[in-house]
Design a protein around this ligand. Structure first.
Ligand SMILES: *Cc1c(COP(=O)(O)O)cnc(C)c1O
Length: 353
């Protein structure tokens, strides 16, 4: 029998999602970076993405990139979040890094000079979502400074939206990126090769705008893995939404009161849950807790109600379903569920076709 808890991963579905997205975005000359951070740079998954026609693999962690390279995955590797203290490892292992700080770039330049490498960078600009990015009015000054670094080559400009504040990519902010590109190219008489306009959330903008301006690249994680656009979490036509499935084991099933007995204070997680008196009800416990997966964000594929969770126990109301001790229960995963389940050492990763 298969061990529990486990996440079953369909490499074929990931490959098909990557291929469908490459074909779709290619229609407006947009190339794809497959973002592997949510799967910790798992080499077999990275390879499936490459087999789908993706030429860049991007990750926020250098360790994940090194893992993919050591396993023989061949792609252009992009580092999404650049840390000054890893500069040496970065110039030695990464083809392109995304950058927003002169101090970090100076260190990259120093290390690149030492190892006689020309390190390629994409400068990220802040267009409203308030995560990473150089302010647009500072970008000229910023690029002037980077141009003086002999072993750093700026190959593009980018932005990231819908991650922190939830700002939607739209015609206005995407045009702003195009205008910045035009201005920089004229001012410095250079041509920037990679204009990376965003992530999976750029899907609706892409579909509703014929003219994508200077944007010729997107960095996709969620849509490849979960088949969704993240703004409204709608399925993208033709994509699989079940490439990852989580399974847990039933460890208890009993008829119990629906309200607690005794005086109430905070629970183990600093919360004060509310209880409705529904009389006696069946309560089933699954051996799946917050140390395995972000339980409050689990999606049930059947009509089952999640009552709550602690470190190692998930309590559900099984409604019409009947569960026996030792049974497997299947859960769907959203982005947060996928991220945490992949990161937990307790969840076995099982690769299927
Ligand atoms: C995580 C990340 C992405 C991928 O985002 P998805 O919503 O999963 O497509 C793209 N760009 C950057 C900078 C990221 O950190």
């Amino acid at each position: 029998m298969n061990s529990l808890p486990r996440i079953e991963i369909s490499l074929t579905k990931i490959y098909e999602n990557a291929k469908t997205l490459v074909d779709l975005y290619c229609g407006k000359n947009i190339s794809i970076m497959g973002v592997t951070k949510v799967v910790l740079g798992e080499p077999s998954i990275a390879q499936s993405i490459c087999n789908g026609g993706v030429e860049f693999l991007a990750d926020s962690r250098i360790d994940n990139i090194i893992k993919m390279k050591n396993s023989g995955v061949i792609a252009k590797f992009v580092l999404l979040r650049t840390t000054k203290n890893d500069a040496k490892t970065i110039v030695q292992n990464v083809d392109i890094s995304l950058n927003t700080e002169i101090e970090t770039l100076e260190e990259l330049s120093k290390q690149a000079t030492k190892y006689n490498i020309v390190h390629k960078v994409i400068i990220m600009v802040e267009l409203g979502d308030l995560r990473e990015g150089v302010m647009p009015y500072d970008v000229i000054k910023f690029i002037k400074k980077v141009n003086r670094m002999t072993h750093i080559k700026i190959i593009g400009l980018g932005c990231n939206l819908a991650c922190f504040a939830g700002v939607k990519p739209d015609r206005r902010n995407m045009n702003q990126l195009t205008q910045l590109v035009d201005m920089i190219e004229k001012k410095f008489n250079i041509s920037m090769k990679v204009i990376t306009g965003g992530n999976s959330s750029n899907y609706n903008w892409f579909q509703s705008n014929h003219d994508v301006g200077a944007i010729n690249n997107l960095r996709l994680g969620e849509s490849i893995f979960l088949g969704l656009e993240p703004l409204y979490r709608k399925r993208i036509f033709g994509l699989h939404t079940d490439a990852f499935r989580l399974f847990g084991e039933v460890v208890e099933s009993k008829l119990k009161p629906s309200i607690p007995t005794g005086n109430l204070a905070q629970n183990g997680f600093g919360e004060k849950p509310l209880f409705l008196d529904r009389g006696m009800e069946t309560r089933v416990i699954i051996a799946l807790g917050r140390q395995d997966v972000d339980t409050p964000n689990l999606k049930l594929t059947n009509e089952i109600e999640i009552l709550g969770s602690s470190s190692d126990h998930l309590i559900i109301n099984p409604k019409k379903h009947i569960f026996k001790i030792g049974d497997e229960v299947e859960f769907g995963l959203n982005y947060s569920g996928l991220l945490t389940a992949m990161t937990s050492p307790f969840v076995k990763k099982v690769f299927n076709n």
